[in-house]
Design a protein around this ligand. Sequence first.
Ligand code: BJW
Length: 365
Amino acid sequence: MAQTEITVPELDAAAVASFQQHLVQSNRIVAVIGAGLSAASGLATFRGTGGRWAKHDVFMVASPAGWRRDPGLVWQFYAERRRESLRASPNPAHHALAALAKHKPGFVALSQNVDGLLQRAGMVPGSGPGNEDKQLKLLHGNLFDLVCEDSTGCGYVEENKVEEPICEVLSEEAVKKRALGQNVMGMDVEDKPPKASALLFEAIAAKNKKILGGDKFTETAPTATDGAPLRELGEDAKAKMPDTAPVLHSGIEKSELPTCPKCKVHLLRPRVVWFGETLPVDIVAEVDALFEEDKIDLCLVIGTSSQVWPTAGFCERARACGAKVAWVNTRAEDLKSLRDGDWVFLGDAGVVLPEILGVYGQDTG
Ligand code: BJW
């Protein structure tokens, strides 16, 4: 599995001291959290080298259109994510945030992560009537909750479904077996010989010959990355290519996927928020209330590239409520709304957070 490159530079002692001075006095604290929080647990982030979107087409696996086109491919992506998350353990940053929640009742974690690791560190998620005071708000849902795809009509929800596999066709063995025979976008087949995709590779080879000229193209055994030359062609060559791309799909029939036990008509899907879908209404209302209420003392922005909205705007909304901002990230380039006076702690959240939170990041029972 691809790992995020992690650097752990020395933290500036004066910055840590001034941050901790402010932390002691802070009651209302908001953490805006992204995939970098779980990197030290071995879970890949989304963007950048080694990120999930380098291997998977985001619109094929994380959009309503992708689901309509090939729910099997989408399920395969999420079945893999479920397995990875179940095998991972919360890292010291998850534990430090769970401890902070205990020390500071006014702390709220706004997390984009769906991996369940903050919950396993002890944070209790919740939103909606009676759960407004829960300190963990899951902005993009949870890999382990399943819902009927007909959310408005049927509305079936099954929470915390951790049993594996969800159905036979999504078992690890079945996914591996199919990977041997296919080169499906969204599957890691780098070390396996593509068999059933011979026709596709023949077509690619023929196209390469035509575009590059026979003398510039050397035939080699096809590999899973053989599609790359087509993607890397210059604009002229691309213009000569037909509009129709080969249709790649999972080969999984709808009838093989989990059906909703309530309506018995529609498929179950993971309760996560895809591009173009709105965040859960209760959470949107609670976040709005958070940023309308009294002053916010401190905003921690942890391990997010701040590219995905509406979460990308939360730091500025906290600032507008008076918050001082502290960033924890491995990449300085990802501190999108950095201002003078912010604290910047560059490094692995798994190391940095416990250090900067000090006693507030320790569970004292
Ligand atoms: C480390 C580290 C270590 C690494 N330690 N750090 C306004 C303007 C423009 C567009 C929009 C807008 N409002 C809405 C949109 C459309 C869209 C959007 O934002 N598009 C942009 C990409 C342009 N937003 C939506 O569609 C959202 N819905 C919505 O707003 O509804 C209303 C609406 C719809 C349409 C139009 C207008 C309004 C829904 C967004 C759903 C996102 N879903 C995903 C996948 C589903 C869940 C899943 O499978 O997990 O959520 S996409 C993916 O990105 C996933 C993540 O939660 C999300 C955020 O990624 P994150 O966490 O920031 O990860 P990375 O990889 O980007 O960054 C990791 C960071 O960690 C990096 O900075 C590293 O440096 C760092 N790091 N190791 C510390 N060890």
